[in-house]
Design a protein around this ligand. Structure first.
Ligand code: GLU
Length: 511
């Protein structure tokens, strides 16, 4: 197998979409698996779509996700520069080569002339209104004008583009590693612009030239680029680079959770989940979008989730560290069908990865929240709280948000439980239970449980009938972590105080 050199080649046109992170991940996994090289190339030749800050955002997103770049922007390497806007002269040279060999031509048509052509074809009933082998002969270009006219126009500074002279009616074939054989008739490919009038190359030219020069072995990218692939194959052929042509792998689309259509930012916004890895404020519109990072997703959980959007290991195993992914990954196991993006699955992964952490690690999340709240807590106590809560939480912030009662006695009580469960028996039970606790020197989960059992015996009230009320008294809420462990953590005095406060403040409904 040829040396694996892959590239992630985003355009800095805004925040990186989560699908772009998946593309980067698949490239990275292939590189790592084969001891290859992961390249980051910034494709910024479309100046009209350039967004300041987007490149930095891409770099920060990849760094956060743990996708390391071996060569490219921010790293350097033997094929620098890796930012296409800095490679203008290179593309010019290659465009010129095509012109010299009669494989590309200058076109001087103005916007109005192009519009008139399309109008003309439309009126003539033609379904195809492209600039192509059938129309180029009636346009203003170096194929229809004389050499001296062309020279004159160029000397006079008339704006021009360089177009590829796509042959009529030729079969263009490519072997996509995911899609299989793709065959397109060249008549369906128009004479694409290679160099724009601003002297910048188009995506197509720059992409192919760079993939060749950077010795890219595999082009792994989103399915939206599949229609461009035949044109790229033609370019490789025209340049005489067929032997060096990379292998193509076009990744399946990311679909909405119900499988109905492509996942869009609008859908994500509507459903209230992020679609960008990090927070992002659009510099023009000032529109703010939240990121997976700031929403509390762990990068390793997100990557595990993304890896499964299109790929699967062929086994039941779902939890894969980056190392596991690297070992298991192969392009052959990527499917053609669109991958449903189910945010609940991403949350499930986050839960799994959080649970796998030690209590001490989790305690740091809680301590960070507590610091913001200016609440003191020892690392030991925080670790204990996390240990009883970790089965219930999805995001690091949940330790605080769902565990406030460990630090603040409840002043409001779950209304439903109060309405349904708070009765004379509860009052009797809780009063007796508080006395039981008072008699103990110290309360832990086991002794709290023993006190519950004893109270139940003494009062002849089955504990099952009053447990929810006890929970409401202790935490304010209807559900939560193990109640006896909770009592142990808040301690004897606090537990007694809370029960007393609840007894004084919750009115028994008289039936
Ligand atoms: N610059 C293209 C993009 O923004 C890259 C497509 C490719 O990988 O060839 O997605």
């Amino acid at each position: 197998m040829r040396e694996v050199r892959v590239r992630f080649a985003p355009s800095p046109t805004g925040a990186l979409h989560i699908g772009g992170v998946r593309t980067a991940l698949y490239n990275y996994l292939l590189a790592r698996k084969h001891g290859g090289t992961m390249i980051l190339r910034i494709e910024d030749t479309d100046q009209t779509r350039y967004v300041p800050g987007a490149e930095e955002y891409i770099l920060e997103s990849l760094a956060w996700a743990g996708i390391q770049i071996d060569e490219g922007v921010s790293k350097g390497g033997p094929h620098a520069p890796y930012r296409q806007s800095e490679r203008k002269e290179i593309y010019k040279k290659y465009a010129q080569k095509l012109i010299d060999e009669g494989k590309a031509y200058y076109a001087f048509d103005t916007e109005q002339e192009l519009e008139a052509m399309r109008e003309r074809l439309k009126n003539a009933g033609s379904s195809d209104q492209q600039y192509s082998s059938s129309t180029r002969t009636s346009m203003s270009n170096s194929l229809t004008l004389s050499d001296s006219e062309v020279k004159q126009k160029i000397a006079a500074g008339t704006p021009y583009v360089i177009r590829l002279k796509v042959p009529a009616n030729e079969e263009v074939r490519l072997q996509d590693l995911i899609r299989g054989e793709v065959v397109v008739n060249s008549s369906q490919v128009d004479d694409k612009v290679l160099m724009k009038s601003d002297g910048m190359p188009t995506y197509h030219l720059a992409n192919v030239v760079d993939d060749y020069l950077m010795k890219i072995s595999h082009v792994i990218r989103g399915e939206e680029w599949l229609p461009s692939a035949p044109l790229h194959v033609l370019l490789y052929k025209f340049f005489g680079w067929e032997k060096e042509m990379p292998q193509f792998a076009h990744l399946p689309l990311l679909l909405k959770a119900d499988g109905n259509g492509k996942l869009s930012k609008r859908d994500a916004d509507k459903a209230g989940f992020p679609i960008f890895p990090l927070n992002w404020t659009d510099p023009k519109s000032k529109e703010f979008s939240t990121g997976f990072r700031e929403n509390g997703y762990l990068p390793e959980a997100l990557l595990n989730f993304l890896a499964f959007l299109g790929w699967n290991p062929g086994t039941e195993q779902e939890i894969f560290s980056m190392k596991d992914l690297t070992a298991a990954f192969s392009l052959e196991r990527i499917g053609k069908a669109g991958a449903k993006f189910d945010i609940h699955k991403a949350q499930w992964y986050n839960q799994q990865y959080l649970r796998a952490k030690s209590d001490e690690e989790l305690a740091r999340y809680l301590l960070t929240s507590l610091e913001k709240e200016k609440i003191q807590c020892t690392p030991e106590k925080a670790a204990k709280i996390c240990s009883v809560m970790k089965e219930r939480i999805t995001f690091p912030k949940d330790f605080w948000e769902q565990g406030k009662f460990f630090f603040q006695a409840p002043v409001v009580f779950d209304e439903q439980v109060v309405a349904k469960k708070w009765n004379e028996d509860v009052v009797r039970f809780l009063s007796a239970f508080a006395s039981e606790l008072k008699a103990l020197t110290q309360v832990d989960a086991a002794s709290a449980k023993a006190s519950v059992d004893k109270t139940s015996q003494v009062t002849s009230i089955p504990s099952g009938k009053v447990m929810q009320a006890l929970r409401v008294a202790i935490t304010g809420g209807a559900s939560g972590p193990d109640l006896m462990a909770t009592i142990e953590i808040i301690g004897k005095d606090e537990a007694i105080n809370r029960i007393t406060f609840a007894l004084e403040n919750i009115k028994v409904k008289v039936a």
